[in-house]
Structure formats: structure tokens, C-alpha cells
Design a protein around this ligand. Structure first.
Ligand SMILES: NC(=O)c1ccc[n+]([C@@H]2O[C@H](COP(=O)([O-])OP(=O)(O)OC[C@H]3O[C@@H](n4cnc5c(N)ncnc54)[C@H](OP(=O)(O)O)[C@@H]3O)[C@@H](O)[C@H]2O)c1
Length: 316
């Protein structure tokens, strides 16, 4: 739901909330959002109210909303942490947050451990069902786990372009029973049929914050010619299975170790790819498909060496 924040085109609130019904009716029942994604938490609240009014309060039990808390650096005492969690509970109109994913900007400031202590208490008291992290690198995820915190997931950038999680993160998570939730899997839409055969887009034509963010990743990964080679390879795979490039890009990441889900951005009320995205659940990639994709990936730059571990781009 970053796509409703205002940096991806104008979203009409009423239309957006109505549009959410099409997703749950196709089986896309989990939403990913954050306290700072504009009206995202309010949309969840309004959607749950409409859902309960129309289909009965039991219907809301089939929908999950994973929010984040992305605090500015500062004191992390119990009162402050609880105030912020209460705000999300109110906005989302829930008694308990299904999953609270915690982000921290500065590892030099160890108050993230105090925040985790307080979030853990709130989980034990029922205001949070599960605790996760987002954009934590492996070392700091380990710090949190070593302090005894029960973490179910870490949300990280993970795509055919950005395979940093494969260096350290996935292995550590597997060993601890922690799951990865992947974002950026479609590189904002660059990894789709729409960009196949297109000349390199200028900044002016990249009309969403998401496209801008991931075009920078592509620039680190390789040049536009190599990216087009990747799209052509993905297209050959997609044609063999009668799906789209986007389906192949999502399936590839869903099949990776430790990955529990891929989070796909939707511009509610502006564009939808519901039917196409639902096809990925029937897609099974074969060794020949993976070899064809790897033959291009093996010629790209390593983002782990260029940028660092997961989330390091948020700490420079
Ligand atoms: N934890 C974090 O720091 C963090 C950071 C970024 C994102 N996220 C989460 O991840 C979510 C995903 O966002 P993202 O920015 O990473 O974008 P993304 O999922 O890589 O790309 C989303 C865009 O891909 C296009 N698309 C989707 N399905 C398609 C299909 N089948 N065929 C062709 N194009 C398709 C759509 O473009 P059009 O709308 O133009 O059609 C859509 O807006 C966010 O909403 C947010 O919840 C988290």
C-alpha cells in the first residue's frame, strides 16, 4: 500500500477502498502497509467497516493487514511505543495488529533494543499478534534474536535484480524459522512486459516513486541492454507457461528459501493486474527456465558488494 501514499499518482479514497473488495474476492487477502504510507492505515479501517457492514463481522477475520512502525530516532520508552501502536490500532479499527514490522534508521543508536522490549510486552498483552522487522541486516536481526525476541519475519527488498538476501539473510532466517517477506519483486513494474523492447526510460518518464527507486537499483545491477536481455529471457520462459513476465519474476522469488510471500504494489483505483497476478499460483518453474534466467543474472553486478546487506541503502 505504499502506492496509496501520494507518490504514485492521485488516489481517490472512496474508489480505492471499494477496489480492495476485488482483491479479497480473488484471494489476495493480505495487505502490507505502514504508519507513514499516507492514508493506508485509514483505508484498512474503512475497508474493514464496509466489509463488516456488507458481509457480517466474521468476514473481517479472513483479511490480514501487516503494518509497520517507522519511528524517527528518539526515546523508545514504553509510553511512547504504546502511544504509537495505539494510533495504528485506532486508524486500522482493530483490537490487535496482525503483524507489526519495526524499522530502525540508525544502528549506532541502540534504543532499537529498548523498542523491541516494549513491543514484545505489547505483543504479550495482545495489542500485537506477531512481531516482525523490516530492512534489518543479518547482523542486527541476529542481535534482536540473541536478546530473546521472537521475530516471525523480516521484510526486505528481494527480486531478480536484488538478490542480496541470498548472501547471508536467507540462510540465517532458515536456521531461526524466520520468514522473509519480499518487496520490490517487480521493481516497481520495470520487471514486466511493459518495459520489454523499450528504450531506457528517462527520470521524467518514471512517474512513480517506486519506478524511480528501482531504476536506481537496475543501474547498479547492470546496464539497460543487460536488463533488456533479462526481460527477453523472462519473456521466453513466460511464453512457455502462458503467463506474463511479472508472473515469472514473482514466482522465482516465492520459490526461494525462507520466502513466505512477495508483496506486490497496487495503485488502487488507477491500475490493476489482479487476474494476471493470480496466474502465478499455477506456475511451476522448471530447471530449464531457471538456467535460462541464470545465464543473464550471472553477468550482472552483485548488489551485496555494491550496496551491502539488506536495508543498507537506508543507512547511508
Ligand atoms: N519495507 C520497505 O521498506 C518497503 C519498501 C518498498 C515497498 N514496500 C512494500 O512493497 C509494496 C510493493 O511496492 P514496490 O514499490 O516494491 O513495487 P512493486 O511491487 O515492485 O511494483 C508494483 C507495480 O508493478 C506493476 N505491476 C504489478 N503487477 C503487474 C503485472 N502483473 N504486470 C505488469 N505490471 C505489474 C504495477 O504498476 P502500475 O500500477 O503502473 O500498473 C504496480 O504498481 C509496497 O506497496 C509496500 O507495501 C516496502
Amino acid at each position: 500500500m505504499w502506492q496509496v501514499s501520494g507518490a504514485h499518482g492521485h488516489i481517490d479514497p472512496d474508489e480505492a477502498v471499494e477496489n480492495m473488495f476485488s482483491y479479497i474476492d480473488t484471494g489476495f487477502t493480505t495487505w502490507d502497509l505502514a504508519d507513514h504510507y499516507g492514508p493506508a492505515e485509514d483505508f484498512i479501517g474503512e475497508f474493514r467497516r464496509r466489509l463488516a457492514d456488507r458481509r457480517g463481522s466474521d468476514a473481517t477475520a479472513g483479511v490480514q493487514a501487516f503494518t509497520k512502525w517507522v519511528p524517527s530516532p528518539g526515546p523508545m520508552d514504553r509510553t511512547w511505543v504504546e502511544e504509537n501502536i495505539n494510533k495504528s490500532l485506532r486508524r486500522m479499527s482493530v483490537g490487535s495488529l496482525d503483524l507489526l514490522q519495526f524499522h530502525w534508521w540508525d544502528y549506532g543508536d541502540e534504543r532499537y533494543l529498548e523498542a523491541m522490549d516494549n513491543l514484545g510486552e505489547l505483543r504479550d498483552e495482545g495489542k500485537i499478534r506477531h512481531l516482525g522487522l523490516t530492512n534489518f541486516d543479518t547482523d542486527h536481526l541476529q542481535n534482536v534474536v540473541d536478546k530473546g525476541h521472537e521475530i516471525v519475519s523480516n521484510q526486505v527488498q528481494y527480486s531478480l535484480i536484488d538478490r542480496r538476501p541470498e548472501r547471508k539473510m536467507a540462510q540465517y532466517c532458515q536456521g531461526q524459522g524466520i520468514h522473509l517477506l519480499a518487496y520490490g519483486t517487480l521493481a516497481g513494474g520495470l520487471l514486466s512486459d511493459r518495459y520489454l523492447g523499450q528504450s531506457e526510460p528517462s527520470r521524467a518518464t518514471l512517474t512513480t516513486a517506486s519506478l524511480n527507486k528501482y531504476k536506481q537499483m537496475v543501474d547498479v545491477w547492470g546496464d539497460w541492454d543487460l536488463f533488456q536481455e533479462l526481460l527477453r529471457a523472462l519473456k521466453r520462459v513466460a511464453d512457455r507457461h502462458q503467463v506474463s513476465i511479472a508472473d515469472v519474476a514473482m514466482r522465482y522469488i516465492l520459490d526461494r528459501p525462507a520466502v513466505a510471500g512477495v508483496i506486490v504494489g497496487v495503485r488502487l483505483g488507477i491500475a490493476d493486474h489482479i487476474e494476471d497476478n493470480a496466474r502465478l499460483f499455477g506456475l511451476e518453474l522448471k530447471p530449464v527456465d531457471l538456467d535460462e534466467i541464470e545465464s543473464v543474472l550471472s553477468r550482472s553486478h552483485d548488489l551485496y558488494r555494491a550496496i551491502g546487506d539488506c536495508g543498507d541503502e537506508y543507512r547511508r
